[in-house]
Design a protein around this ligand. Structure first.
Ligand SMILES: NC(=O)c1ccc[n+]([C@@H]2O[C@H](COP(=O)([O-])OP(=O)(O)OC[C@H]3O[C@@H](n4cnc5c(N)ncnc54)[C@H](OP(=O)(O)O)[C@@H]3O)[C@@H](O)[C@H]2O)c1
Length: 333
């Protein structure tokens, strides 16, 4: 019988993201508890680059495709009985694109416990854009941060995928949100997205002064920290007593120098957030909460730009430039 081939972007050795190459390989066969999904869209994440760079713990072995987010249709359902051929689905956080082939491919096999139906009324683009960043933001704000309506939330690196997700969810919970960007045009877009204030993050010190001028005597209850580096100290300075800083990313630096006295006197809680820590069952529950909150507040995931499948390298370049929301790849013509 003739083998069915598919196109897949794989790296054959660790190194720069330019190591990704477009290969043709046999379409994979799903295991009993897995579905074969024909992808419509895949979304990029900075961690894809970190993984190819060998900066990610316990990566899969090359040749391998990256890509953790995706939406598509079931081609071969597994044995869970939850899906049938033709169902529209999204992929929740799993080992896909971390320890096994990811979504930068025409087809991918996915454990059915990590699939969810495409939410009613959502496009495939929106379905691909949301899971990883919204599950991360939900873990920071809701699961670990326990936010309440009326609290003040600071989101660093707020124009990115996690940042825009955090703004949307914090607003859906009735919080006051401080966002930021180094670009004026994006600060306007963050206000349009619902942020109450949009700070200039070109210089962390000046950003802190700008925030303090608005806050007066108040300070923030919770920080979603996507940047790290020098921004961690400004996040500590802007936090109130018993403030919580949820550390998600390190785009502005792997290391931070911080003043310990501030943490002691303010009793600041600084916690790491790891989206991979969700179990499949917890991720399903969190995802249902995310969809409910976004739908109830008339919000949809923010998409920056969509690239054709052949232009994956250009899509990664766009991610480096600092997008507003998610960068997607259209897999199916
Ligand atoms: N812990 C987890 O489980 C988890 C999950 C998902 C993501 N992450 C991490 O979280 C971080 C954010 O991810 P993302 O997908 O939101 O990233 P993203 O889409 O690339 O966007 C991040 C934003 O941060 C700003 N930025 C980037 N470098 C900066 C710098 N040096 N100084 C100041 N601002 C800078 C840019 O905004 P402006 O250009 O507007 O200033 C950019 O749009 C990454 O480090 C990612 O690896 C962690």
């Amino acid at each position: 019988m003739k083998e069915h081939l598919m196109r897949i972007w794989r790296f054959h050795e660790f190194g720069p993201i330019e190591n990704l190459q477009l290969d043709e390989v046999p379409t994979p066969e799903p295991g009993a508890d897995e579905s074969l999904v024909e992808l419509e869209y895949a979304a990029l994440n900075p961690a894809d680059k970190f993984l190819v760079n060998k900066m990610y713990p316990r990566p899969g072995k090359p040749p391998m495709a990256v890509g953790r987010d995706g939406s598509g249709r079931i081609v071969k359902p597994g044995n869970s009985g939850r899906f049938k051929e033709g169902d529209s689905v999204v992929i929740l956080r799993s080992d896909i694109g971390v320890r096994r082939d990811g979504t930068l491919a025409e087809f991918v096999t996915v454990p059915e416990e990590s699939l969810a139906p495409l939410p009613d009324g959502w496009s495939f683009e929106e379905g691909a854009a949301a899971p990883l960043v919204h599950l991360t933001a939900w873990r920071a704000l809701v699961h670990q941060g326990e936010i309440h309506p009326g609290q003040t939330v600071l989101v660093t690196g707020s124009s990115g995928g996690v940042g825009t997700a955090a703004i949307q969810l914090a607003k859906a919970f009735g919080c006051r949100v401080f966002a930021m960007s180094r670009k004026e045009e994006k600060r306007k877009e963050l206000l349009d997205l619902g942020a109450d204030h949009a700070l200039d993050s070109s210089d962390p010190g000046k950003m802190e002064e700008e925030a303090k001028a608005i806050l007066g005597e108040e300070r923030v209850h919770l920080v979603v920290e996507n940047l790290g580096g020098p921004f961690l100290q400004t996040s500590i300075n802007l936090s109130g007593e018993h403030g919580r800083i949820l550390v998600i990313g390190l785009l502005a630096g792997l290391k931070s120098e911080i003043v310990l006295g501030q943490i002691i006197f303010k009793q600041t809680r600084i916690e790491g957030v790891q989206v991979g820590a969700w179990t499949a069952e917890e991720a399903q529950i969190a995802w249902a909460g995310i969809v409910e909150k976004l739908d109830a507040s008339n919000q949809r995931p923010v998409i920056d730009q969509v690239f054709p499948f052949e232009e994956v390298q250009e899509a990664f370049t766009r991610l480096d430039e600092g997008p507003l929301g998610k960068v997607l790849v259209r897999v199916k013509d």
